[in-house]
Design a binder for this molecule. Structure first.
Ligand code: NAD
Ligand code: ZN
Length: 351
């Protein structure tokens, strides 16, 4: 099998050729049909997350070992099944849930493997992922029927879709009644706009620094788009919302967006932070109680949420975000293009 692997943090991916693995036990081997390129892969390549104040959360400390095949948004066709793998057959095309936990900690047993307290085994992070022509899934329970969705459109559901769906669930009580704020209109922000509409939301005002992303957000149904770098961005957002801000999702997560979101929140408001661009935030503590604010983190989503999401997306008339399909051997180019803002929607590698 051919894969594109991270062999050193900060370096380009390297092609690797080896024999296809044989699935053992409950494992399933799939031939990759589509592999989404997420901004989190750029953070993985960098080797850590900027915690602000000169501190870095190193991926090595978080159990990431190299070489590693990236790719956590994968659709594949089953080509071999282990002796104990049931409910799946050669030829089946499946979306792979990659956020795999230890299975025995308090969060895993409660159904949230994505919040594993023990030893996460996330595909494309701790285990090899989809930037390859084949991928091994540990168990058929992590393989979802596509319900008619095209493989390239389905692949991003495993992260971009799942993350935004799970974040939206945390604000939908407000979002059904009034517009919300979305910061960042990349692969996650654009997906979020489509899912917000599908869930019956009142729509969103969208902030991005890049005019091309703002245009894509307008095409995707944003109520208004605002340049986050404008000196009066906050006033423009308030005017576009036409109502005090009670809920937002930050798909960037840097000091500037954290400040913007926090300053805009009205009493009783909630901001969900998803983006991992990094840094720290000096929020004024008295404003939390005085305005009864909530700032909540959201990390991908659980297996049940991915099943719900596939059901939802299978009813939509069109793919939820623009797909920029490329050959697998352009993995490095796709990452470079994403890093420099040249991808609108999601780049998806097709072996
Ligand atoms: P992307 O590169 O496709 O999109 C990022 C967008 O943010 C771009 O349109 C960019 O122009 C915009 N942007 C950058 N700085 C901005 C600023 N200061 N103000 C407004 N807009 C700004 O990335 P993506 O794949 O959508 O991922 C977004 C972030 O979410 C990344 O940090 C990624 O690692 C993270 N992420 C988090 C989770 C989670 O579970 N929490 C899951 C997936 C991705
Ligand atoms: Zn991702």
């Amino acid at each position: 099998m051919k894969s594109y692997q991270l062999v050193a943090f900060g370096a380009a991916l390297e092609p690797n050729e080896k024999a296809n693995p044989q699935p053992s036990g409950t494992e399933v081997l799939l031939r990759t049909r589509a592999a989404g390129v997420c901004h989190s892969d750029l953070h993985l390549c960098e080797g850590g997350y900027d915690l602000g104040g000169g501190k870095v959360l190193s991926l090595t400390d978080r159990g990431v070992r190299l070489p590693r095949t990236l790719g956590h948004e994968t659709v594949g066709e089953v080509v071999a099944v282990g002796p104990d793998a049931t409910g799946v057959a050669v030829g089946d095309i499946r979306l792979i849930y990659p956020w795999i936990g230890c299975g025995s900690c308090a969060n895993c047993t409660a159904g949230s493997e994505n919040l594993c307290l023990g030893a996460p085994a996330n595909l494309g992070v701790h285990r090899d992922g989809g930037y390859a022509d084949h991928i091994l899934a540990p168990h058929p329970r992590y393989l979802l029927d596509l319900k008619g969705i095209e493989p390239t459109a389905a692949a991003p559901l495993a992260c971009s879709g799942l993350t935004t769906y799970s974040a939206l669930r945390k604000v939908m009580d407000v979002a059904r009644r009034q517009p919300i704020l979305l910061i960042g209109a990349g692969g996650l922000g654009l997906m979020c706009l489509a899912l917000l509409k599908a869930l019956g939301g009142k729509g969103a005002v969208v902030v991005d620094l890049d005019p091309a992303k703002r245009e894509a957000a307008l095409q995707a149904g944003a109520l208004a788009v605002i340049d986050g770098a404008a000196p009066d961005a906050a006033a423009q957002i308030n005017q576009a919302l036409g109502t005090p801000l009670l809920a937002g999702i930050d798909f960037v997560g840097n000091p500037a967006t954290a400040a913007l979101g926090f300053d805009l929140l009205a009493k009783g408001g909630k901001m969900v932070i998803v983006g991992l661009f990094g840094g720290a935030s000096p929020w004024s503590l008295p404003l939390f109680p005085m305005k009864a604010l909530t700032v909540q983190g959201s990390y991908v989503g659980n297996l049940q949420e991915l099943h719900e999401l596939v059901d939802l997306v299978s009813t939509l008339p069109q793919t939820p975000l623009p797909i920029d399909a490329r050959p697998l051997d352009q993995a490095n180019q796709a990452l470079d293009d994403l890093a420099s803002g040249r991808v609108v929607g999601r780049a998806v590698l097709v072996p």
